[in-house]
Design a protein around this ligand. Structure first.
Ligand SMILES: *[C@@H]1O[C@H](CO)[C@@H](O)[C@H](O)[C@H]1NC(C)=O
Length: 271
């Protein structure tokens, strides 16, 4: 059989790639920056049941990923969007976790799979069979409805993943004017809003109808970034009133979920 040079080169290149990948996985040793440590509060995405080498790869292929936590007992991989300049450390002692900063490895052809093929923020680079690299949108967890709005334009129930929370939170996103996370809706009095502390803490009601999201979720959300609050009312005569506050923070349980709002604008004629 006669191969053209081009065809011959292609499988050879594949072979080399596979060989180097195998070689790396055989002796692949990553010196973690920290042992028994987990960076919390900056998570982009979690992968379960993957080996450490793949966790490293998942991180370095995402421009947004700067570090990861890996737990070899439960094979959990958590990608973080920090550290980057201005980073405030947020490390916790957690046995079983190691912490790796991938920034040391960026630009190193031994490690940086996407070297010379930079993807955009929010993308992930994938290597195709022919060894070429393509950038695809990363289906990462979204922090809130505002982030989700870039991908989904339909109002409804979604799960969001504030960076301060390990679990996703189910919320109603109103996508009419950008992505707003609805924290309370009152329409017709179907839901009882005379509730105790614990119920207000955990939330109650029906996300499709009347509800209170829950103080603990408001705290997680508002401590993960800067948030505005918008209150809308429809009066009996049909006029719309709204009040917007450019700052909205709900404290933690210890503070008894102390509320901070300021920066009023609106048509309610006051604060
Ligand atoms: C979204 O909010 C707008 C007002 O900002 C409201 O008119 C509309 O009914 C809301 N949509 C849903 C589905 O709740």
């Amino acid at each position: 059989m006669i191969f053209s040079l081009g065809q011959l080169l292609l499988p050879l290149a594949d072979l080399l790639v596979i060989a180097s990948a195998e070689c790396k996985s055989g002796i692949w040793i990553m010196n973690p920056d920290r042992m028994n440590t987990r960076l919390t509060g900056y998570k982009i995405r979690t992968f379960d049941n993957i080996p450490p080498r793949i966790c490293f790869d998942k991180c370095i292929r995402r421009p947004r990923c700067h570090s990861y936590n890996y737990n070899r007992h439960i094979l959990r991989c958590e990608l973080n969007y920090k550290p980057k300049p201005g980073f405030v450390e947020h490390f916790h002692n957690e046995v079983g976790f190691v912490y790796v900063d991938v920034n040391h490895y960026r630009g190193d052809p031994m490690y940086d799979t996407c070297l010379g093929n930079p993807c955009k923020f929010g993308e992930v680079c994938e290597t195709k069979k022919d060894s070429s690299v393509v950038c695809v949108k990363d289906q990462e967890n979204k922090e809130d409805c505002t982030e989700l709005f870039e991908y989904k334009r339909k109002s409804g129930i979604y799960t969001i993943y504030p960076s301060t929370s390990d679990e996703g939170i189910k919320v109603f996103c109103n996508m009419t004017n950008g992505g707003w996370t609805v924290i309370q809706r009152r329409i017709d009095g179907k839901e009882n809003f005379h509730r105790n502390w614990v119920e207000y803490e955990n939330g109650f009601g029906d996300l499709q109808h009347e509800f209170w999201l829950g103080n603990k979720y408001l705290h997680l959300l508002t401590s993960s970034g800067s948030y505005k609050l918008r209150v809308e009312l429809v009066r009996g005569d049909g006029t719309n009133l709204y009040a917007e506050y450019s700052n909205f923070i709900v404290g933690d349980a210890e503070s008894k979920y102390i509320l901070t709002v300021n920066g009023y604008s609106g048509n309610t004629g006051g604060v």
